[in-house]
Ligand binder design. Structure first.
Ligand SMILES: Nc1nc2c(ncn2[C@@H]2O[C@H](COP(=O)(O)OP(=O)(O)OP(=O)(O)O)[C@@H](O)[C@H]2O)c(=O)[nH]1
Ligand SMILES: [Mg+2]
Ligand SMILES: [Zn+2]
Length: 405
């Protein structure tokens, strides 16, 4: 369930009026996919009944196929220059290594070349090696802004239905991180579900859980403990055949422990935190695991910071309460500071909205706007590079005029 769609003013519009939405490179989210029910009744896309596993997403039947026999496989893990792939019913099958084209980019039906990510469905061709020939359309993707000089985005996982935002109750949950990961999740096209772990370690799990629920509008919040076997039943209920769940959250939150509990087997290694309290990453790779019942789980390493990709709808979904208030302010360009008739300030003064919620919204909104500008700058640079190439090519074709000096 996405938040209400409100024509709102971005907080950052004031300082930078000309922000164009950045086109997402890795994903074209299907709005219908935000509703889990919409994804669980997908059309079969192949005449081969073995391939009708709904977890595979929907390929357009008219899409051009690479020549020769090719088999759809699911990416279980990404390596350097290759991916590990598993067939549709993955349990018990050893993943096979399939090499990527030079540069790692694979043609997709959307016209762009993509770096295959965990959860992708790819067509592989068997000749000398197993080769990845094509990435089938993603029905959802968890996309983050990749750090670094280039303003590329990175798809962390594809074709997911549920994003488990995993956060520990001990130490106390970090609300800003939950908001950030929820925004990432809303932007993916999948349904976010918050999981608060280590309920056995705190006396007041329910009270803390209510505080988290207040910043997780539209998402279910579950309080769990794996060792004490608390709260796992509603999560197990999510494991429908063909459904893919991905666990995201900080290192040590208990993502792998949760994945193992849901899988009913020791599929991922788990680890203690170091005594000095600094996070040691136990899981180092994103990995897809197929369960006997037909559901899929993706475990991810704890990420220190996930850069947001500009996505106004996702931010609006996460901050639906603030957005709704902002829409009632007297002035369209209200900064929610000292202006008369500010509904946001009024709500904060009345104790109906936490001041940190406004701060948090501003921070993430600014970050998304910054990311959009970087995206624009990158597009402009690509355009310049394309143009230079045209000029270079034409220089060879047009003979210089000997009379001109
Ligand atoms: N008491 C308690 N400990 C837990 C619970 N869940 C996980 N742990 C412990 O927390 C530690 C970290 O768990 P992991 O599952 O490895 O955490 P992770 O999120 O996968 O961490 P990374 O792989 O580094 O991202 C381990 O020692 C687990 O045994 C829980 O519900 N209660
Ligand atoms: Mg782990
Ligand atoms: Zn206002």
């Amino acid at each position: 369930m996405a938040g209400p769609r409100i024509d709102r003013r971005r907080a950052s519009d004031i300082s930078s009026p000309s922000i164009a939405p950045v086109p997402s490179i890795d994903v074209v989210p299907d709005p219908a996919a935000r509703d889990l029910r919409a994804t669980s009744s997908r059309d079969p896309w192949s005449s081969d009944p073995e391939s009708r596993d709904p977890g595979w997403g929907t390929a357009r039947p008219h899409a051009p196929q690479p020549p020769g026999p090719s088999t759809p496989m699911r990416v279980a893990r990404v390596d350097v220059g290759a991916v590990l792939v598993v067939p549709g019913r993955a349990m018990g099958e050893e993943p096979r290594r399939a090499v990527l084209p030079r540069g790692g980019l694979v043609p997709s039906d959307d016209g762009d070349d993509l770096s295959p990510t965990v959860g992708d469905v790819v067509l592989v061709v068997e000749d000398v090696d197993l080769r990845v020939a094509r990435v089938l359309p993603r029905r959802s993707a968890l996309v983050r802004d990749s750090a670094g000089r280039t303003s590329r985005t990175q798809a962390l996982a594809a074709n997911v239905d549920v994003v488990l935002v995993v956060e520990h109750l001990d130490p106390a949950p970090h609300l800003g991180r939950v908001e950030r990961l929820l925004t990432l999740a809303w932007g993916s096209g999948a349904r976010p579900v918050v999981v608060l772990t280590k309920a056995d370690l705190v006396p007041d799990a329910d009270a803390v859980s209510r505080d988290v629920a207040a910043v997780a509008l539209g998402a279910d919040v579950h309080t769990v403990s794996v060792p004490a076997d608390i709260g796992l039943t509603p999560l197990r209920a999510l494991l429908e055949p063909g459904v893919t769940l991905v666990a995201v959250g900080p290192s040590g939150a208990g993502k792998s422990t949760l994945v193992n509990a849901l899988a009913g087997a020791e599929v991922m290694a788990t680890g203690e935190r170091r005594a000095d309290g600094r996070g040691r990453h136990t899981t180092t790779h994103r990995e897809l695991v197929g369960l006997p019942g037909g559901a899929w789980l993706i475990d991810t390493p704890g990420v220190r910071g996930v850069g947001l990709v500009a996505d106004e709808d996702a931010l609006d979904a996460t901050f639906a309460d603030v957005v709704e208030l902002a829409d009632r302010c007297r002035f369209r360009d209200c900064r929610h500071a000292e202006e008369p008739g500010c509904a946001v300030r009024a709500a904060i003064d009345a104790g109906e909205l936490a001041a940190r919620r406004l701060d948090s919204w501003r921070r993430l909104d600014r970050e998304a706007a910054y990311q959009a500008r970087r995206g624009d700058a990158r597009l402009a640079a690509e355009e310049r590079a394309r143009w230079k190439k045209v000029v270079r090519e034409n220089r060879g074709a047009i003979r210089p005029d000997p009379h001109r000096r």
